[in-house]
Design a protein around this ligand. Structure first.
Ligand SMILES: [Zn+2]
Ligand SMILES: [Zn+2]
Length: 340
């Protein structure tokens, strides 16, 4: 992870002042801004349409089940695939599993996977200091600055004119991983599939076009909006509200926020994650539920994941919270396929 400019950034930052603006800010093009606006706003508008339809019984059990399935699959694609596998390399996956997770994550409407990885690595390199693409402390720690920063960290940063260089932050995927490059380039097609699949499933199950349309709205657009806002809440709320029980780098204000643990598949144990970014499990102890880690554990048991980085007990920040089998493992342990 790049560290070259970290010292310089830290040297001039006191932890409270607004981040300095770039000397010559680049202008975001109209096309990317329009596309981003469409991706952000359309699913949200669908929520209104969905509620309006539901008023006239325009929602069925099929819609809800399809929405749940697509939410879980695409959500785990982001948390297990984009985040823990591709960004932090917390484990090694069989090639077919790596592709499957990357495709599932790409269907979440959160940008192509290489840009996602690059932005997130930059966030870890400059957490809550100048250079962080989505810190809620960008406008300082005063009340007005905090509110403005919260909006920026949640959504505003998507419209920022400070692009993150994939060449610098994700060279491993860009140059040496043709499968990931192809999936990254297929992002628009995968977005279309993410909407068409629920529509087709709803139509097939209900036997009518209306069933396809309600599934399109609930399991397509509304599901996308919910997952987007949960993911963005990890960027915004999980750097402002919650507990900070673990030791992190200077200026890092990441938090653990339990109400989001299930919906975010364990990603809201964000302080735990920032304290040990390479660990496959973000929760600490058996009480901090982490469905993404449970899935990686299952993959390891099936022999589909190897070299999983579980946190060893002796490096945990809070020994009193040590519990559960994960803490008993060594940090990197190759598993034997089919051993269990
Ligand atoms: Zn963070
Ligand atoms: Zn991370």
């Amino acid at each position: 992870m790049p560290t070259a400019t970290r010292t310089a950034a830290e040297a001039g930052y006191d932890g409270h002042a607004p981040f300095p603006r770039p000397a010559a800010p680049a202008r975001a093009g109209i096309v990317p801004v329009t596309l981003t606006a469409a991706i952000v706003i359309a699913p949200f508008l669908a929520l209104g349409a969905g509620i309006w339809l539901a008023w006239g019984s325009g929602i069925t059990l099929t819609d809800l089940l399809l929405a749940a399935v697509f939410y879980v699959v695409t959500g785990l694609g982001v948390t297990v695939g984009f985040h823990r596998l591709l960004t932090h390399r917390s484990f090694t996956a069989r090639p077919w599993l790596r592709v499957t997770l990357a495709v599932a994550g790409s269907m979440s409407f959160q940008g192509n996977l290489i840009d996602w990885v690059a932005v997130h690595r930059r966030h870890h390199a400059f957490t809550d200091q100048p250079g962080d693409p989505h810190s809620p402390y960008r406008y300082g720690t005063g009340l007005g600055g905090q509110l403005r920063g919260l909006a920026h960290a949640h959504l505003g940063w998507l419209f920022s004119s400070e692009p993150t260089s994939a060449t610098r932050y994700a060279p491993d995927l860009l140059r040496n991983d043709p499968a990931m490059l192809r999936i990254s380039r297929a992002f628009p097609a995968l977005c279309a599939a993410s909407l068409l699949l629920p529509f087709a499933a709803g139509w097939a199950i209900s036997g009518g076009l209306y069933g396809g349309l309600t599934a399109f709205i609930w399991a397509g657009l509304v599901r996308i909006a919910l997952l987007q806002h949960v993911t963005w809440s990890v960027n915004s709320l999980c750097h402002m509200i919650g507990e900070r029980p673990h030791t992190t780098r200077r200026h890092d204000r990441s938090t653990d926020l339990w109400p989001l643990a299930l919906l975010s598949f364990g990603e809201s144990w964000h302080n735990g994650h920032h304290s040990q970014p390479g660990c496959a499990r973000h929760g600490r102890g058996s009480r901090q539920i982490d469905p993404s880690a449970a899935l990686i554990d299952l993959f390891e048991r099936l022999g589909w994941a190897t070299h999983v980085h579980w946190q060893p007990a002796d490096v945990l920040g809070h020994p009193r919270m040590v519990a559960g089998k994960h803490t008993l493992r060594t940090s990197t342990r190759p598993s034997t396929p089919g051993r269990r």
